[in-house]
Design a protein around this ligand. Structure first.
Ligand SMILES: NC(=O)c1ccc[n+]([C@@H]2O[C@H](COP(=O)([O-])OP(=O)(O)OC[C@H]3O[C@@H](n4cnc5c(N)ncnc54)[C@H](O)[C@@H]3O)[C@@H](O)[C@H]2O)c1
Length: 120
């Protein structure tokens, strides 16, 4: 650990943009809160538009960050391919990405990983 910077500074995500896929779900919301507590702005990505709206309202009420919802079916590549543009239009940049859809014990991560990694 650097002696010049505090732990808070080392952990800070101030000014970064985090994408949380499955962001309206249980784990997605918990991760969203953790990233928001560290200062990240949040792109909440989920198939459920109402879930996105609920999650972003919850996050932006609790933390001094910007949160925006992006409804998208991660099983369909057209929508996934358009996400980087949508997120950049809203936030101007993409920082962190957390994939919480299709990350179960018996599932392989799917959907957003390729296009978004390519877009970071
Ligand atoms: N909760 C646990 O204890 C636990 C433990 C191990 C693994 N997991 C795995 O972690 C992942 C998330 O778990 P969770 O408890 O948050 O689940 P959840 O059902 O609460 O959340 C999943 C979210 O993904 C969204 N979603 C589903 N299909 C989608 C699609 N095609 N495109 C975009 N969004 C879609 C849903 O609308 C939902 O908001 C799951 O894959 C789950 O199997 C969960």
């Amino acid at each position: 650990m650097s002696a010049d910077r505090s732990l808070r500074e080392l952990m800070s995500l101030d000014g970064r943009v985090a994408l949380v896929t499955g962001g309206a779900g249980h784990i997605g919301r918990a991760i969203g809160h953790a990233l928001a507590e560290l200062g990240a702005n949040l792109a909440v990505i989920d198939i459920s538009a109402s879930g996105c709206a609920e999650a972003t309202a919850e996050l932006s009420q609790r933390w001094p960050i910007a949160a925006a919802g992006f409804d998208c079916d991660l099983e369909h590549s057209e929508g996934v391919g358009d996400l980087p543009r949508r997120v950049r239009e809203r936030f101007g940049r993409i920082g962190h990405h957390r994939q919480l859809r299709g990350a179960g014990w018996n599932e392989r991560p799917r959907g957003l990983v390729g296009p978004i990694r390519a877009a970071v």
